[in-house]
Design a protein. Structure first.
Length: 183
């Protein structure tokens, strides 16, 4: 999971810097614990293979048994188009392993209303990830895909290899993960 942790660390540093830059301009982050509007309204969250592996690892090995027990029926019954299957009682049950897309999506100003996708309704309030940090996060995933030399990594970056591997989180058959929980 080291590649995932490295990617998430790079992304988180970039997000923190981006938020600080916006706050210096007097903008206030609207996102806070307990707000889960984007988890409900965004039904096309991209997830990369390493992130998928990370979610399986986190849910099966790290997550508290009581949380896993509550999550299992939700994963087993998840249907394409529904909100994020990891949303439990308005909170992200996999927050430490949440995908890059979730880490990068931050809204300033007012809290999103239910069903709103601020990216489309008020793009100016959505944080644009700092490209260098976003690219660094993708770069950290490359060894997982077999790109280990600087030359291989440069080609993979130029061809957006990691981004091309994305799937939609809500289209994954989460019943397979539920079956592994055995709680």
């Amino acid at each position: 999971m080291g590649y995932a942790f490295n990617a998430y660390c790079r992304a988180d540093v970039g997000v923190a810097k981006g938020i600080q830059q916006e706050e210096r301009k007097g903008r206030k982050l609207a996102c806070a614990k307990g707000c889960s509007n984007c988890c409900k309204s965004h039904t096309t969250i991209p997830i990369f293979p390493l992130e998928l592996l990370g979610l399986y690892w986190y849910v099966t090995k790290i997550m508290a048994v009581e949380t896993r027990t509550r999550l299992k029926p939700q994963l087993a019954g998840h249907v394409v188009g529904q909100p994020c299957p990891f949303l439990l009682e308005g909170a992200c049950s996999v927050h430490p392993m949440r995908p890059l897309a979730c880490r990068h999506f931050n809204v300033f100003g007012k809290t999103c209303v239910e069903g709103e996708d601020a990216f489309y309704t008020r793009r100016e309030d959505v944080l644009t990830p700092l490209k260098a940090h976003q690219d660094a996060a993708y770069e950290a995933m490359l060894p997982f895909h077999g790109f280990v030399t600087p030359e291989q990594q440069q080609v993979a970056i130029q061809q957006s290899y990691v981004q091309q591997q994305a799937r939609v989180l809500q289209e994954v058959d989460w019943a397979h993960l539920a079956a592994r929980l055995g709680v």
